[in-house]
Design a protein around this ligand. Structure first.
Ligand code: BGC
Length: 756
């Protein structure tokens, strides 16, 4: 538990200022509106350790690749979402003393993040060197209703004595990425005026303009702008107990949405129109939009305040990260909370995040995530060609923003090819959940054919085994590389081929004209290619250990010394910090769900005993050193009835960042793990699953909880599940639907109660 934070159902609250945890709190209190976001830096100057961070989705810089030993096939660059202008700036001098929390004497400090309304506020009382005391109240939000707007209300109050205030709201565009490979500035100056500035990213050529409109009652401003900083300054006096508020409205417009030459004008328009509406009206609109978001996706946990806060925090951050408003945007593993992972797209989106958005934000929002990959199909084909594949085979990149591969470690870039499987699985998952089979044409099938062609070329036929094998891969467990026949990869590859073949048949029969177009577009030979795919999926080699009756993670896994995580001294962990990489690779320790990830995806293919045997073998060997790991284990542990394990893993996942489990949140939050936590709750404890086109639930609660209540968006209606240890109540808003509870199907028109 993080002693710094208070437990509250709807808020994240810190009541102490701690210099050594400023960067961690900057991550924790981050704001975003799905299009842009920022770390919770202070408005006023701060000279202590801090990581300023403002990010605009889709605005990236291709940072030249840096590797020790070049390998053919490595990408030339790593696209990074650019750290952009620091637009919240408010410099402050009181009685000639600069306000800088690293130096001032702080009497009291309170910061809170209101998750219900995405509102950040901070109250600090300071004793000045002259003995006078002041209070600062800073409130800000990034508007959900006007996605190009940020708003700040910054109030200064004199607590003791009359004071002279000098205040300078500013926007500083001279900003660098801390993770720049060659310490270069990614921006160049384009233009500025008294209250606006326009910058352009080098190489990628995105333009962004920022404009501020600042108001303090009865105060005149003087322009103090310099080239890359626009700044206005004014002075005023406050009598004891008197206060004045600065209202700062900032328009942030980019060439993703407007012609570059109109940007300053656009940004100014956003700021000025906002100023006319005023802080209270803007906040009202923003809050209402947030309440509407929550209405269809809140989760209540009764009996455990820590868990309650944890899950709301996960939902909140996911909603701040992605809203599905723009197909060019996706979900970086750190969202808008830090630079790590470059803000770009991983398999995390398809394997973990998609289901969250499907169930909370609706079909259209989730579909945008699939269309993002569809739009990058030609690049995925190019990517595969660069590696020697041909005839329309598509390998989606491990890491990307525009479809081109950015990752440059051979064991991941070239070998962690299972990512292709997750992209196909996401199409299947989306259709299973929404019933929208029409997605297959023109979108889904095109992608599935590219992916199937890749697997058909990537397998090889082993004369020895008389089976198709996949050699030299890295599975989800990145703690072993270049292995042969990773069970997960082989399983998902063969599933992709089968699913692609079924989808071909479906589109051929349901949309023959569209199908003909696709045949021509992709030079597709259905008879020949389907025959080949079938030969592979019917004869794929899936390593199995007869003695243990479990799937084998890879051919040589049992050659490793078999020890358990429980045998490791605490001082040895995390092994990725304590051991050499060589030692990790030779050990049997597993970073994250691997065989179990496959079992999770394809649960219907396995009986409970098989799941339990595999779980009991692999979990004790898993160090969970990827934040993606605990949630999948919660789901499977619940399935096999190990509720203690399920609960332990759930807490680890849902409060990972709030409790800073891995002591690393200063770098940013774990957005994928948050999606995993939501899965753990709804699919794990809630037992949500779709079978034979019917949505079903098998709620099983941890002992500590007296009830859970969760809402999901399902095929244009909201389903509300309230489960206790004794009963499940299901109610719906919208048209009647069949819902299965513990295998019994109810036609729910309003609500039903199922006794356990
Ligand atoms: C995990 C990957 C994941 C990446 C980004 C890594 O630590 O092993 O599976 O895609 O983090 O979240």
């Amino acid at each position: 538990m993080n002693e710094q934070l208070k437990t509250d159902a709807w808020k994240i609250i810190e009541t102490q200022f701690c210099k050594t945890r400023v960067e961690s709190s900057e991550s924790l209190f981050s704001l975003g509106n799905g299009v842009m976001g920022q770390r919770a830096n202070f408005e006023e100057k701060y000279t202590g350790e801090s990581l300023p961070g403002n990010y605009i989705g889709g605005i990236y810089y291709p940072d030249k690749t840096r590797v020790g030993w070049w390998k053919n096939g490595y990408p030339e660059y790593f696209a990074k979402v650019v750290n952009s202008a620091f637009w919240i700036g408010v410099d402050l001098k009181i009685e000639g003393e600069e306000i800088d929390l690293a130096k001032n004497e702080i009497i009291s400090y309170h910061r809170e993040l209101d998750m219900q309304h995405s509102l950040l506020s901070r109250q600090v009382k300071i004793k000045l060197k002259c003995g006078k005391e002041i209070e600062i109240n800073a409130v800000r939000f990034i508007s959900l209703t006007n996605i190009e707007l940020g708003v700040i209300k910054y109030t200064i109050k004199s607590l003791q004595g009359d004071i002279e205030v000098e205040i300078s709201p500013y926007i500083n565009a001279d900003v660098r990425n801390a993770d720049a490979n060659y310490d270069k500035n990614f921006w160049e100056y384009v233009n500025s005026s008294r209250d606006s500035i326009q910058m352009r990213t080098k190489k990628s050529g995105f333009d962004v303009a920022w404009s501020q409109a600042c108001f303090i009652d009865g105060v005149e401003w003087r322009d103090e702008s310099e080239k890359e900083t626009i700044r206005e300054t004014s002075q005023f006096s406050l009598k004891q107990q008197e206060e004045k508020s600065l209202y700062k409205y900032v328009g942030i417009c980019s060439s993703l949405n407007h012609p570059a030459e109109t940007l300053i004008h656009q940004a100014m328009k956003v700021a000025k129109e906002a100023a006319q509406l005023g802080f209270h009206e803007l906040l009202k609109q923003h809050s209402k939009a947030w309440e509407q978001k929550w209405y269809s996706c809140d989760i209540e946990i009764e009996g455990d305040d820590q868990s309650q806060q944890g899950i709301r925090y996960c939902i909140f951050m996911l909603l701040q990260t992605y809203t599905g408003i723009d197909t060019r945007l996706n979900i970086g593993p750190k969202g808008f909370t830090g630079e790590k992972y470059g803000g770009v797209t991983y398999w995390d989106t398809e394997a973990y995040c998609l289901q969250f958005y499907l169930s909370t934000s609706g079909q259209q929002v989730a579909k945008e995530l699939l269309v993002y990959r569809y739009n990058q199909l030609d690049k995925a084909i190019e990517n595969a060609e660069n590696l020697g594949f041909k005839e329309g085979a598509a390998l989606y990149p491990m890491v990307t923003i525009n479809g081109e591969e950015c990752h440059n470690e051979w064991e991941i870039t070239f070998e962690e090819i299972h990512r292709n499987g997750a992209i196909a699985y996401a199409i299947y998952n989306y259709i299973r959940y929404t019933g929208d089979k029409a997605y297959l044409s023109p979108y889904g099938l095109d992608v599935l054919i590219g992916i199937a062609r890749f697997w058909a070329q990537r397998v090889s036929f082993s004369q020895e085994r008389h089976k198709y094998v996949i050699l030299g891969v890295t599975g989800p467990n990145e703690y072993e590389n270049n292995v042969n026949n990773n069970w997960y990869t082989n399983y998902i590859a063969s599933w992709c081929l089968k699913y692609a073949a079924e989808s071909v048949e479906f589109v051929k029969n349901s949309q023959p004209n569209e199908f003909q177009k696709l045949i021509i577009k992709r030079n597709f030979n259905p008879t020949q290619e389907l025959e080949k795919w079938k030969a592979i999926y019917e004869n794929i080699y899936l390593p199995y250990n007869e003695k243990l009756a479990i799937f084998m993670q890879q051919d040589a896994y049992m050659d490793k010394e078999q020890i358990l995580v429980a045998d490791l001294a605490v001082s040895e962990r995390p092994i990725n910090q304590k051991w050499s990489w060589d030692r990790i690779l030779r050990s049997c320790f597993i970073k994250q769900a691997d065989v179990l990830q496959g079992i999770y995806f394809f649960q219907e293919d396995f009986d409970t005993e098989t799941i339990a045997r595999n779980f009991h073998f692999y979990e004790p060997r898993t160090v969970h050193e990827s934040s993606l790991s605990p949630s999948i284990h919660t789901i499977l542990a619940t399935k096999i009835g190990d509720m203690d394990k399920a609960y332990e893993m759930y807490l680890r996942s849902s409060r990972l960042d709030l409790d800073d489990y891995n002591r690393e949140i200063d770098e940013g939050l774990h957005i994928t793990s948050m999606a995993g936590s939501w899965l753990a709750l709804t699919e794990g404890f809630g037992g949500m699953r779709i079978k034979n086109d019917i949505i079903g639930f098998t709620p099983t609660l941890p002992k500590a909880w007296s009830h859970i209540l969760f809402k999901i968006n399902y095929r244009d209606r909201i389903i509300k599940i309230k489960a206790t240890h004794k009963e499940v109540v299901v109610s719906i808003e919208g048209e009647a639907v069949d819902i299965s509870i513990y295998g019994k199907t109810y036609h729910v028109t309003d609500h039903i109660t199922h006794l356990l």
